[in-house]
Design a protein around this ligand. Sequence first.
Ligand code: ME8
Length: 516
Amino acid sequence: MPTRAYITTPLYYVNAEPHVGSTYTNVVADTVARFYRQRGVPTMLQTGTDEHGEKIAQAAEAAGMTPKAFVDQVSAKFQGTWDSVGIRYDHFLRTSDPDHVRFVQEVLARLYEQGDIYFGSYEGLYCVGCERLYTEKELESGLCPLHQTPPTKISEANYFFRMAKYQEQTRRHIETTPGFIHPEGYRNEALAMLREDLGDLCISRPKERLQWGIELPFDAGYVTYVWFDALLNYVSGPKALGRLDELWPATLHLIGKDILKPHAVFWPTMLIAAGYPLYERLGVHGYWSSGGHKMSKSLGNVVQPLAIRDAYGMDALRYFLLREMVFGHDADFTEQALVTRLNADLANGLGNLVSRTLAMNEKYFESRVQAPRPADPADEALAAAFARARRELDEHVGELAFHRGLEAVWRAIDAANKYVADQAPFKLVKDEAQRPRVGAILHNCLEALRSAAQLLAPFLPDSAERIREALGLSPERFADLDLAWGEAFPEGHAISSAINLFPRVETAAGAKQAPR
Ligand code: ME8
């Protein structure tokens, strides 16, 4: 286990509202943060909104609002969405926060003084959707590969950061630090970029063209390039909280593959120049598509997280996102696939174990927990299945292989359902002499539920909480991951009657189109 965790998500552009793509990154970040908190690791999760630049200025204009009023409104929507889907962040950073603005100006002033920023002329092909320049080679048939739009040719006088000066050092660091960029494929992509002649980074925009940004501290005629501003959030956040020494370097930056270059190239070079240690790890995931195209605000084919939550519940959404996507690879979001997983894994697998265990305990023992004896070797095998699931889960979360972590827990849940079928307490109960054994079987089923809920709490926080309540365990007791099997419940302890954790869904609700 690490000794501390500082986990970040990208700061989302407020040109439109959150969708399933941005929700995925935040659900992953939240799950990892909950996982570490549950294991006693001091943890901080930061997310927020990226509010400056051309793209936002254009979106505000299209909405007929001032940039400030526009970003206030959309940023609040992001915060509201994360609250509604159970993202427990410790700090929500907005790039318009005065502390952040001050920090960006401080860094710019320092780099300018040390000779790492110079004035020059700038020419290139710019995609406003990406807020970055493209080389001819990076374009596909002359179009931005992400937005399928022609870039704008720009030629103007601007300030530059001496990125090339730090390129070699960044490349060496990535080469010699295994796991710095995960998965491996993205590490190789980053190294390929760093082997090219990247040149320096243009970090300003003249105010004649763009006013919406952080003014350069050494030239009031310019604002800061939005990426140079936004990347600094990862340091300005902890600094604003007075916790920089304790939190930096970040232990995990989570991003989608669209923003690999700024995070694997711009950001390390900026950190080296500014005299900060490099972050520990960059976790890069693939794209969610919908109908075969990358889901994006600019393309307009988005699935709204709140509509999915309203139709199926927050945990169903979280489960689907974490179980369906192999971290690093792409995946397709369809409501039908979500419904299939909801029915098979959540309703039949976990929900069924919960309802039958509680129902039998109610019917046979008036919802009182019985002694765990007489024991049978099958009981030990069940306990061992959950111990194994825990070991595997720890390993897979460490590798950001969430789908494997969930598979490991489901192997234990399946083992518990099989245990019920094999031990057949519903048959044994007909023989009065077997009553103690029936009580012991149900005791083991309750331990299975307790263990499953504990292991799943970082992934499915709502459901874990409902199981905890049904089992009548205090939050403190439930927080103890090292409770020994057979010791969680005193004999005679009262539990609830059956609950229906995940009702089966017959047909997809059509949440994508549902008005909100
Ligand atoms: O890039 N599939 O903001 P952004 C998976 N402001 N993830 C997706 C996704 C999809 N279809 N669409 C978006 C920016 N994401 C900058 C970041 S950080 C200092 C500044 C997620 O609003 C994914 O995490 O365009 C991706 O990297 C991010 O949203 C881009 O968000």
